[in-house]
Ligand binder design. Structure first.
Ligand SMILES: [Fe+2]
Length: 429
């Protein structure tokens, strides 16, 4: 539907409202007996208001964006990234890409990239478009365009809504590809937010996209995944302003493995391995991201018979042994392991923390890991190398603080801040 059609429709609606107004004004209701000014009657005014509302809602929907959550970028590497978003209605959307050269999107025909499934373009509510063949360390702008699918009952005559821009005109969406040759790696970490979206937004507000390479979500951003809409709403929307400029990396927490929609969480945070364990490199830092699974034994009554994490971690261990020998990881001046539950051997440790300390810590030690960044305990913890028998330090970020990390070839600096922007903890190596 073009703009002229919309204007005509609005004129028709206004005319209809006016006609109904006259009709209602001429009628005398039982409760109006004796009243000489029917137009001013509260009963009539209420009916008129409801009618105007009923007519204006469909008209408003014509202009409403179909974008519900996002967009956000995951699975970024030196040559590509994946854009994800959730639309309110099923839609056939695509990503338009432009270089960061200051030209308007309308300056020329931009590359359009659709999500496809076995050669057929995808339409639905959860969108995931892979952009490839990019240059390392380069900023790209993108925007989303699409049209709702109103009726697909006839395979040869799909009925679409109007095609329009669905990403915000006021927000400039961009992402910078990773670059192994960069001098620094700078990122911010959030964990254990557990649906506290106001705290999440407050902690993220001071992030400067110009001085940050990515945001790391280190697990338990939600307490369970009963629907993917809820996961997107609480994991992305509170930091939408930052997600518009920075890619995300996601490390699953034990809570994100709970709930009927837990099977689909990976589709919101796709990885190069297709698993919640993967590796990536930015500047001098190489990262190994791991998933410790649930925290208690698989037999725990809390898991309602659904947990099978021992076998999951065993399979992950076999991958870890190989990943630690990858040249990109071996050659990195700084090696960091990300995992929601830390490898800490204490008397108070629960089952999976003991398991990964026994099985993963020796591998990480041998590979020369410089630092482990963890979460789960809802408080700041700093266990230096050698303090609990391991040769690498473990930092656990509080659920109330944002962790900012700066890595150079010469060292690592970690600072944490609360919602007021106050520096809480500092660590360097
Ligand atoms: Fe946790």
């Amino acid at each position: 539907m073009n703009f002229l059609s919309i204007v005509i429709l609005l004129l028709v609606l206004v005319a209809a409202c006016f006609a109904l107004f006259k009709l209602l004004s001429s009628r005398r209701k039982p409760h109006c007996e004796g009243c000489s000014q029917c137009e001013g009657c509260p009963g009539v005014r209420k009916q008129l208001l409801l009618l105007l509302l009923a007519f204006s809602l469909p008209a408003g929907q014509l202009f409403a964006s179909n974008l519900l959550y996002g967009p956000w970028v995951h699975n970024v590497d030196e040559h590509g990234f994946t854009v994800l978003w959730v639309s309110e209605k099923p839609s056939l959307d695509y990503v338009e890409i432009a270089p960061d050269d200051g030209t308007p999107f309308e300056a020329m025909a931009r590359e359009r990239i659709y999500e496809t499934s076995y050669g057929r373009r995808f339409f639905g509510r959860f969108h995931c478009v892979r952009v490839e063949s990019l240059a390392p360390g380069t900023t790209y702008r993108y925007r989303l365009v699409g049209q709702t699918v109103e009726d697909d009952s006839n395979p040869y005559r799909i009925v679409y809504g109007p095609r329009r821009l669905i990403s915000s005109k006021k927000i400039s969406y961009s992402v910078k590809t990773l670059n192994a040759a960069a001098d620094t790696c700078r990122f911010s970490v959030f964990n254990d937010i557990h649906f506290k979206n106001k705290r999440f937004t407050a902690l993220a507000a001071p992030i400067d996209p110009a001085k940050t390479d990515f945001i790391l979500l280190n697990g338990d951003i939600v307490s369970y995944a009963q629907s993917l809409d809820t996961v997107a709403k609480y994991s992305i929307q509170p930091i939408a302003a930052q997600a518009a400029k920075l890619p995300l990396f996601f490390a699953r927490g034990n809570h994100e493995s709970r709930g009927r929609a837990a099977y689909g969480v990976h589709s919101l945070f796709p990885t190069p391995t297709g698993e919640f364990w993967y590796s990536f490199r930015q500047g001098p830092a190489a990262f190994i991201v791991l998933d410790a699974g649930e925290d208690k034994p698989d037999s725990s009554h809390e898991y309602a018979g659904m947990a099978d994490f021992d076998r999951y971690r065993e399979r992950e261990t076999r991958w870890l042994e190989t990943a630690l020998q990858d040249p990109s990881f071996v050659s990195a001046p700084v090696k960091i392991c990300i995992v929601h539950i830390p490898t800490l051997a204490t008397k108070a440790s629960w089952y999976s923390q003991r398991w990964i300390t026994e099985h993963w810590a020796p591998l990480l030690e041998k590979a020369g890991v410089d630092l482990m960044l963890s979460a789960h305990h809802h408080k700041w913890m700093c266990v230096e190398a050698g303090q609990d028998g391991k040769n690498y330090p473990v930092l656990v970020n509080s659920n109330m603080e944002r962790m900012d990390v700066m890595v150079t070839a010469d060292g690592i600096e970690v600072k944490t801040y609360d919602t007021e922007g106050q520096l809480c903890h500092r660590w360097s190596k």
